[in-house]
Design a protein around this ligand. Structure first.
Ligand SMILES: Nc1ncnc2c1ncn2[C@@H]1O[C@H](COP(=O)(O)OP(=O)(O)O)[C@@H](O)[C@H]1O
Ligand SMILES: O=C(OP(=O)(O)O)[C@H](O)COP(=O)(O)O
Length: 396
């Protein structure tokens, strides 16, 4: 795997694809700068070598035309603050302003191009557009893990124009190492915790990770499809009736692979999908009519914590309950505590996927696990075993 550490950037212009697609408030101020901070080590190394940096990113989905709301100029002050360098901002992507600023760029300076998605050619993977971008730099660096599942001009196609001089940035390397630690060279026992809302959205992940794991903990909304498949009563809990056979097949596959499956034994149920609904704890396969499963119960949490404590590698994707409602967040919090404790005791833990990452940040577990992925969709596709175009383009 070729990374920026294989190059000396002295007097070189590095063209770096970053993912600065960050959340903003109504005044367009950055509300979560994780992705910008995550790109800093790569940029710092190149500047320290005596190189110049040209940053390319998208922001939102502006649909191929200029839209001030999606301008990267709103992000630039935060980038300058984090890098400790006054970032130069181009008013366009491949236009006269960008060209002039690239031509005048000196070692130690950082230039931020305008949102690459202001051109339709970006998402279409247009070769000419990629070629024009490529003409700006001597070495292409892909550090945009969050966008690595897109085969776009600046994430994948552009690499063709750098047959020798293309490599991964340090964030990209870190993300790929973390996935490998779980899927290929994780110290055993390896435990995967899968939660979230639906079985159908996790099937491909389950199938792909089975050969790599020893334990599978299942929670969240998909619990009830499994419980019903096993003949249990689930009241009005979330269920995918067309996936009952599939749930049985998954359980059979787990057995075939010697993967131990842990389903919740008790559940917190409510009489309405509402934080203030009446609630009680019942056995998972004895949910009364008109009650729905909202969270895993205390006994399940204890059970899961024991499995986690005995694990050396842990993958976590998907909350165990409706954590957005405080009364039903306890099971997911207990899991966070168990994973934090195991991590403190030497286990490697990776958290990935949109809602799980939102949870760990909101509840302060991000510093207590080994690695929190900066990619939502990209991480899920990696766990599904799909080749990411942004990764493949560098390896080619
Ligand atoms: N018992 C449940 N019933 C309904 N929804 C649930 C339940 N448990 C968890 N969820 C919901 O699942 C959602 C997350 O699912 P998903 O998008 O699959 O996770 P991720 O983004 O981490 O992969 C959360 O919004 C959460 O409220
Ligand atoms: O934030 C992103 O995706 P994510 O929300 O799945 O992590 C990436 O920047 C990709 O953006 P896109 O889904 O508009 O291609």
């Amino acid at each position: 795997m070729k990374t920026i550490n294989d190059y000396n950037f002295e007097n070189k212009k590095a063209l770096i694809r970053v993912d600065f697609n960050v959340p903003q408030d109504e005044n367009l101020n950055v509300t979560d700068d994780t992705r910008i901070k995550a790109a800093k080590p790569t940029i710092d190394k190149i500047l320290k070598d005596g190189g110049a940096v040209i940053l390319m990113s998208h922001l939102g989905r502006p649909k191929g035309e200029f839209n001030d709301k999606y301008s990267l100029k709103h992000i630039a002050p935060k980038v300058s603050e984090i890098l400790g360098v006054n970032v130069i901002v181009a008013n366009d992507v491949i236009g006269d302003d960008a060209k002039e600023k690239v031509a005048n760029l000196k070692a130690g300076e950082v230039l931020l191009l305008e949102n690459v998605r202001f051109h339709n050619e970006e998402e279409n993977g247009d070769k000419d557009f990629a070629k024009q971008l490529a003409s700006f730099g001597d070495i292409y660096v892909n550090d945009a893990f969050g966008t690595a599942h897109r085969a776009h001009a600046s994430t994948a196609i552009i690499a063709e124009f750098f047959p020798e001089n293309k490599c991964f940035g340090l964030l990209m390397e870190q993300e790929l190492v973390a996935i490998n630690k779980v899927l290929t060279d994780g110290e055993k026992p390896v435990t995967a915790v899968l939660g979230g809302s639906k079985v159908s959205s996790k099937i491909t992940i389950i199938n792909n990770i089975l050969p790599a794991i020893d334990n599978l903990i299942i929670g969240g909304g998909m619990t009830y499809t499994f419980v019903k498949a096993n003949g249990g009563k689930i009241g009005t809990s979330l269920v995918e009736d067309d996936k009952l056979d599939l749930a049985k097949e998954i359980l059979a596959e787990c057995e075939k692979h010697n993967v131990k499956v842990y389903l919740p034994i008790d559940n917190v149920v409510a009489d309405d999908f509402n934080n203030d609904a009446n609630s009680q704890t019942v056995k998972s396969d004895e949910i009364p009519d008109n009650w729905m499963g909202m969270d895993v119960g205390v006994e399940s949490s204890k059970n899961f914590a024991e499995v986690i404590a005995a694990s050396k590698t842990i993958l976590w994707n998907g909350p165990l309950g409706v954590f957005e409602m405080p009364n039903f967040a306890k099971g997911t919090i207990a899991l966070g505590d168990a994973i934090a404790e195991a991590t403190k005791n030497g286990a490697f833990s990776l958290v990935g996927g949109g809602d799980s990452v939102a949870f760990v940040k909101q509840f302060g577990y991000d510093d207590k696990v080994s690695y929190v992925s900066t990619g939502g969709g990209a991480m899920l596709e990696s766990l599904e075993g799909k080749e990411l175009p942004g990764v493949a383009a560098i390896l080619k």
